[in-house]
Design a protein. Structure first.
Length: 238
């Protein structure tokens, strides 16, 4: 237990030192992030977060976007006016580079969690199941310990403002089965929706972690996110 606590402390210290360095070099002002009331073609933060999780579930095991080692999978299964970026699975830090078409909004997690039921749930039981899923997710998200985001070297002011929960849950696979039962899912976390970026190279740096303490560690209570994107908007830049 002592060794585990020391390892976690080392991870937190590394993250906080990196966050301090990023923040110290940040340009004056606040990065442009669309408010929680914003919508893109009728879809707001909650709807986009549900779409984001359905997007990750379209990939075969081991190739989920949050496992992308360097950005090589960045363009797979992207559709519509919003371009999705992924975090990590809470493991190693990662740096990715990818091309994004001009005119796309960008939607990404700062840190988040997701749960779904193992089996199909009939309609009459979904409200209770949804409440249970959200209660479990809230334990970690209520204990956000730190979050630092830079967009093109400009710091996002207080990422805690961008917490989003899918209060009504959603069908994990879009539609019920032949018996009317559906695997339902819930998401809780911190997300950012960015307006379309100008053509050229852009960078996004994210560092965040939960801090429920070692005694409450269920595998997610002390999760760390630490990733960077280099985006070539409009095609590769050199």
């Amino acid at each position: 237990m002592i060794r585990r606590q020391l390892m976690q402390a080392a991870v937190w210290l590394t993250l906080l030192c990196a966050a301090s360095a990023w923040a110290g070099s940040a340009k004056p002002g606040d990065a442009v992030v669309l408010p929680l009331s914003a919508k893109v073609e009728g879809q707001g933060y909650a709807e986009l977060s549900a779409r984001w999780w359905r997007w990750t579930d379209r990939f075969s095991s081991g190739m989920e976007p949050y496992r992308d080692p360097d950005g090589r999978w960045c363009g797979i299964a992207q559709e519509g006016p919003v371009w999705f970026l992924a975090g990590t699975d809470g493991g190693d830090s990662v740096k990715r580079r990818c091309s994004v078409p001009v005119g796309k909004h960008v939607f990404l997690p700062v840190i988040n969690l997701y749960q779904r039921t193992r089996y199909g749930i009939p309609a009459r039981q979904r409200a209770a199941q949804c409440k249970s899923l959200l209660s479990g997710l809230a334990l970690s998200n209520d204990a956000l310990r730190s979050a630092v985001v830079l967009v093109d070297g400009v710091r996002v002011a207080d990422p805690r403002r961008y917490r989003v929960r899918t209060e009504r849950c959603f069908d994990a696979y879009d539609e019920p089965d032949e018996n009317g039962e559906a695997i339902i899912a819930a998401s809780d976390g911190y997300w950012l929706l960015l307006p379309p970026m100008k053509a050229g190279r852009h960078t996004i740096v994210v560092g965040a972690n939960y801090g429920r303490g070692a005694e409450d560690d269920d595998g997610y209570g002390n999760m760390v996110q630490n990733f960077e994107y280099v985006l070539d908007v409009g095609g590769p830049t050199f």
